[in-house]
Design a binder for this molecule. Structure first.
Ligand SMILES: [Zn+2]
Length: 453
């Protein structure tokens, strides 16, 4: 007979790929050991989850926590805390805007050691793909990189230059041989520069000019090039932050031609439109920019139809000084959204939870784990899987206040928005990291995750 269980979550509504299921969930050690309508045994800890939803912990494959080197922008401790407060249990940190960027194995090991010390959730690390580091890709893989990230337009960070098509092709060839995906920021630099020059020449520097300087054609052109190279090299391609249904359609066509490609979008493209950008200002500046209402709605249709495969926050914060200027072009482009993005997506589906919560759980957790080969452990509420989950309650709309942000800077486009969904608890491998609106300090720090072979 086994010893007493460590934890039982009783009476919650579990979100599984097959739908919603009212059940108890038992944890022993770091894993889910049983899911059943009723678990009669006792446990060291019991959470009464009646009326709440139990979702797989969010796996955010796209954050910039900026440590080491730009910790004054965020940092691994505050970034991971904000993620946990938003239901997140794993993040993948991008190779930039930490300084120096993760472009070789030594930098990856350095960031890994820092995160092992400071992160309260599990994590994986992206390696960079830039001109001049092609010979580092193999050692980055050996050090545990989850994939390689490249920019097709200027990244805004001098130490992380963009790749041209020739470098991207060679990088993809090598990544294919190494068995890792390449993720691209897909905006065409030539087109972006041309449209930007036109706006500036016309003396326009407001939010609308910024949006006009990066129309969907800029994204489409880069996605087309990346897809062609992926088809040619056999590389697994992940297009990050797809902002438009036109971009999603290109990915879908390529999948029909058997190109191994997935599309990520971000909560801000699903939650905000161009009018919101004008109203919110600097906190809503990002690239590619947020689109019009018609496109926002079309992205929801794409998500519900399974044409968007993952959703990541692209959390890319900056201090207030970099988010303050009369010239919208001069502002740091990046959205601080790691804490509230998922909850606002849940809230947006409050009237259609039955069908939409399983879909959101897929793009926020299960699909991410599968795409990046963590799926034997993460992303699913199932017996044998690691006990990463969050509890979410739905109620009357509540305004998000700056003071509740766990991020280093209280800057987010979501401050002032109303949410019907609230994350109440987050568990990583069976340990509570966030409970009743507070971070719990007891659990061991986050664990480094390597892709399964
Ligand atoms: Zn990013």
């Amino acid at each position: 007979m086994s010893s007493e269980l460590d934890l039982i979550v009783r009476g919650g509504t579990l979100v599984t790929p097959d739908g919603l299921q009212r059940a108890d969930l038992a944890v022993q050690g770091e894993r889910i050991v049983r899911i059943a309508p009723e678990i009669a045994e006792t446990a060291a800890a019991v959470v009464e989850a009646e009326g709440r939803y139990v979702l797989p912990g969010v796996i955010d494959a796209h954050v910039h926590f900026n440590e080491p080197g730009r910790t004054e922008w965020e940092g691994l401790a505050s970034g991971s805390a904000a993620l946990a407060a938003g239901g997140g249990t794993t993040f993948f940190d991008m190779p930039l805007n930490s300084e120096p960027p993760v472009i070789d194995a030594a930098r990856l090991r350095e960031k890994r050691a820092l995160a092992e010390e400071k992160s309260c959730v599990d994590f994986a690390l992206w390696g960079g793909l830039i001109p001049g580091n092609l010979d580092q890709l193999a050692s980055l893989r050996d050090a545990g990189a989850v994939g390689f990230k490249a920019f097709m337009s200027e990244s805004g960070i001098a130490s992380f230059p963009r790749v041209n098509a020739a470098v991207l092709r060679e990088g993809m060839k090598r990544a294919a041989r190494l068995g890792l995906p390449v993720a691209v920021h897909a905006e065409d630099e030539t087109l972006a520069a041309r449209f930007t020059a036109m706006e500036k020449a016309a003396g326009r520097h407001d939010a609308a000019a910024w949006l006009a300087s990066r129309p969907v054609e800029v994204e489409q052109e880069a996605i087309r090039i990346a897809l062609e190279l992926a088809g040619e090299t056999g590389c697994s391609l992940h297009i990050v932050h797809v902002s438009s249904p036109e971009g999603v359609a290109l990915v879908e066509e390529a999948r029909d031609r058997r190109v191994d490609v997935t599309a990520e979008t971000c909560p801000h493209y699903l939650l905000l439109n161009d009018r919101d950008v004008a109203a919110i200002g600097a906190p809503a500046k990002c690239a590619p920019p947020i689109r019009d209402e018609k496109r926002r709605k079309a992205l929801w249709r794409d998500l519900r139809a399974g044409r968007i495969h993952t959703v990541g926050s692209d959390h890319s914060p900056a201090p207030a000084a970099l988010k303050t200027s009369d010239d919208f072009f001069a502002l740091w482009g990046g959205i601080g959204g790691v804490q509230h993005g998922a909850a606002l997506l849940f809230s947006a589906c409050a009237a259609t939870l039955e069908s939409d919560l399983p879909r959101l759980a897929a793009v926020l957790a299960r699909n991410v784990a599968r795409r990046f080969r963590l799926s034997a452990r993460k992303g699913l509420l199932a017996e044998g899987w690691e006990a990463d989950f969050c509890l979410v309650e739905f109620g009357r709309p509540r305004t998000i206040e700056a003071g509740e942000l766990w991020t280093r800077h209280q800057i987010s486009p979501y401050v002032g928005r109303k949410s019907r969904a609230r994350v109440t608890d987050t568990y990583v491998r069976g340990h509570a990291v966030y409970a009743d609106g507070r971070l719990v300090n007891l659990p061991p720090p986050g664990r480094f995750l390597r892709p399964e072979r």
